[in-house]
Design a protein around this ligand. Structure first.
Ligand SMILES: [Zn+2]
Length: 113
């Protein structure tokens, strides 16, 4: 993901909490193993899109569907890690993988801060 796309992500209207990051450089950090309890929410949808929800859906751990999707995404991220594939990470806070190219779909996990 390019810095320009990250900027879009951090300035989308549902991401007020992370707007402060938009003025920082984009420090990609290493993947770390995630605990389910650390997950705040999951985004599944178009990667190259604003993250207001128009191109995807958010899931939170307070519903059964949300929990199932979050587990699925965490397993997929771990598979990516084991296969040496790219995991985009920002400030050890957001972890994203691209699960398909056509269409461009991502799993994006936001951890609690
Ligand atoms: Zn949108």
């Amino acid at each position: 993901m390019t810095p320009k796309n990250w900027l879009k992500l951090f300035t989308s209207k549902n991401m007020k909490k992370t707007i402060e990051f938009a003025h920082k450089p984009f420090p990609f950090t290493k993947w770390r193993k995630l605990d389910f309890d650390q997950v705040e929410k999951l985004y599944i949808g178009e990667g190259n899109c604003c993250r207001c929800g128009c191109g995807g859906e958010y899931f939170e751990p307070d519903t059964e569907t949300g929990r199932a999707k979050i587990w699925e995404a965490m397993e997929e991220i771990e598979k990516f890690h084991k296969a040496g594939k790219n995991i985009h990470s920002l400030d050890n806070f957001i972890f994203e993988i691209q699960i398909s190219n056509e269409p461009d779909l991502v799993f994006c996990i936001y951890t609690k801060q």
